[in-house]
Design a protein around this ligand. Structure first.
Ligand code: ATP
Ligand code: MG
Length: 541
């Protein structure tokens, strides 16, 4: 049997070994009220991953008990994102598939005196719940007879009462130290069109009551969820026990994924989209899976990240730089190399004529990747910051009279800078050394700096986009979300790129040498290089 690598897998392994279960069955339970985010990737890793590892299966379970917020658009997006991340569900199931049975189970509870119709308003119910140190007050409707409750519940369903006028409550214990057991509401009246059942129902079950039933009906053995449900477990168990379930699923909680500089709650993500602070759910700065995909982050890197952070019982916050380091590591191993200049400065070789092809390693870390040809010529572009008229000490790039190597080509010496009327450098003139060609350098000239470049005659114009985090750093973490949001987080540069980048398939991830990891796309019919992750590793190991 597979080796368990976290506490959930240990439980599953021992349940299998003790034959408490025949095989493991889990479910991934999103509510279709928004797009999935990277936190959900962890939940998928746990749910799909555990089932896969122990030869079981995982369902995709849409928790659609809250019709006013749920939409088919979200259902479709969720399906797409799960498949993209590389998981496959066994069955696609909706809580709404079970509305009839869930209703029948409520009748069973009523007949057995375990649930009652309550006329208190939501406000009154809240006010009579008590506190952590004081017991709640019993509802005056608590002791209605099962017959009366059944009649009233039937009338609720038939639409005889207004929204909120009555509800169905489980009859448990108003003095329980666990607030969730103080006669929780299990059905409410709500006139809202459901994305699947339309207007068939005007009563909807509450999550805490519906979820254990849905798990049971799917044959779920382990209902894996995040820590905020820990206090709800006694209610989860009460439902299973009161309805006489034979093979009761066990609920196990694990810590949520929290990442610095990212907002993960759907409520806030929705706000960003609705207020047009971002371009949409799939904006490359969004932590949604659609956003990460659009950013160019490979699904494998996300799965790898989930595996590496592990599954624990204690909440913690993970540095965004760790996530970036995992992505960078993946791209470093897999992405082909190319050159683009973000802020171009013209460089002319006064003693060079014509052009030639030079060899360029596609990925020096991947021996199977091979080489390609890059055309070198008389007029080139280099990075404006790679030349200085007034260099600081130990400046190894180009300055008047100094040498540097042009990547994979020749060593050049800068002789002259051409300036405009305002004193801005518009071009530099250099001498190249024919015997210094990379791989066959007999020149004996020392050049510490190695600069990337593009050929001015063959290069293409590109919009290069860089991103900052959507939320300002941890030092702002105590502040309100709206104060932390960084609206100025997208920066566009007019860059010059190798033609190779334009020929590549759209969406290919490249390492732009000395610049970062970028994916290719098209914006307004022009090549766009969109930042995936920077080159520099600022993760503090
Ligand atoms: P949000 O608060 O972002 O809206 P949610 O919990 O309401 O998230 P659901 O659609 O209900 O989102 O979540 C589906 C599953 O994913 C749940 O089991 C939930 O516990 C889990 N999940 C949501 N966010 C995270 C997270 N940050 N880390 C791990 N699991 C998560
Ligand atoms: Mg939720």
């Amino acid at each position: 049997m597979a080796e368990p690598s976290n506490f959930i897998e240990q439980i599953v392994e021992s349940d299998l070994a003790e034959q408490k279960i025949g095989s493991v069955k889990t479910r991934f339970p999103p509510e279709p009220n928004g797009y999935l985010h990277i936190g959900h990737a962890k939940s998928m890793f746990v749910n799909f991953g555990t089932a896969q590892k122990f030869g079981g299966t995982c369902n995709l379970f849409f928790d659609d008990t809250n019709p006013s917020k749920e939409k088919t658009e979200f259902v479709d997006a969720i399906r797409k994102d799960i498949l993209w991340l590389g998981y496959q569900w066994e069955k696609e199931v909706y809580a709404s598939d079970f509305f009839d049975i869930i209703y029948e189970y409520a009748l069973k509870l009523i007949r057995e005196g375990k649930a009652y119709v309550c006329d208190l308003s939501p406000e009154e119910i809240k006010n009579t719940r008590g506190t952590l140190t004081e017991a709640g007050t019993e509802s005056p409707y608590r002791n209605r007879s099962p017959e009366e409750n059944e009649r009233l519940f039937g009338e609720m369903r038939e639409g005889k009462y207004a929204d909120g006028e009555k509800c169905l409550r489980a009859k448990i214990d108003m003095a329980s130290p666990n607030m969730n057991l103080r006669d929780p509401v299990i059905y409410r009246i709500l006139r809202a069109t459901h994305h699947r059942t339309g207007d068939k129902w005007c009563v909807y079950p509450m999550y805490d009551y519906a979820h254990p039933i849905c798990d049971y009906l799917q044959g779920v053995t382990h209902s894996l969820c995040t820590l905020e449900f820990e206090d709800h477990r006694p209610l989860y168990d009460w439902v299973g026990y009161s309805l006489g379930f034979v093979q009761k699923p066990s609920q196990i909680e694990f810590a949520r994924l929290n990442l610095t500089n990212l907002v993960m709650s759907k409520r806030y993500l929705k706000k960003l989209v609705e207020e047009h602070s971002v371009h949409g759910w799939d904006d490359p700065r969004m932590p949604t899976l659609a956003g990460l995909r659009n950013r160019g982050i490979p699904a494998e890197a996300i799965r790898d990240f989930c595996a590496r952070i592990g599954v624990a019982k204690a909440n913690s916050e993970c540095e965004i730089s760790y996530f970036e380091a995992v992505v960078r590591e993946y791209l470093n191993a897999h992405a082909p190399r190319a050159m683009a200049v973000v802020e171009p400065l013209k460089l002319t070789l006064t003693n060079y004529e014509g052009s030639e092809e030079i060899d360029f390693e596609i990925n020096q870390l991947d021996p199977t990747a091979g080489t390609r040809k890059v055309r070198f010529g008389k007029t080139l572009y280099i990075e404006r910051s790679d030349f200085s008229l007034d260099p600081p000490p130990k400046y190894h790039r180009l300055k008047i009279g100094a040498c540097a190597r042009l990547k994979n080509a020749y060593i050049v010496r800068c002789d002259e800078a051409v300036t405009d009327a305002d004193g801005n450098v518009t071009e530099i003139k250099c001498t190249y050394f024919p015997e210094s060609r990379s791989g066959a350098d007999t020149s004996g000239i020392k050049a510490k700096g190695v600069l990337h470049w593009v050929n001015a005659e063959t290069c293409v114009d590109a919009a290069l986009v860089q991103y900052d985090h959507l939320l300002r750093d941890a030092e702002f973490s105590g502040q309100d979300f709206s104060e932390r949001i960084n609206l100025d987080s997208e920066h566009i540069f007019a860059a010059k790129a190798e033609p190779y980048l334009k020929e590549a398939c759209e969406g290919t991830a490249f390492q732009l040498m000395r610049t970062g990891y970028y994916k290719t796309c098209t914006r307004n019919d022009k090549l766009c290089l969109s930042e995936i992750v920077s080159l520099k590793d600022n993760f503090n190991k």
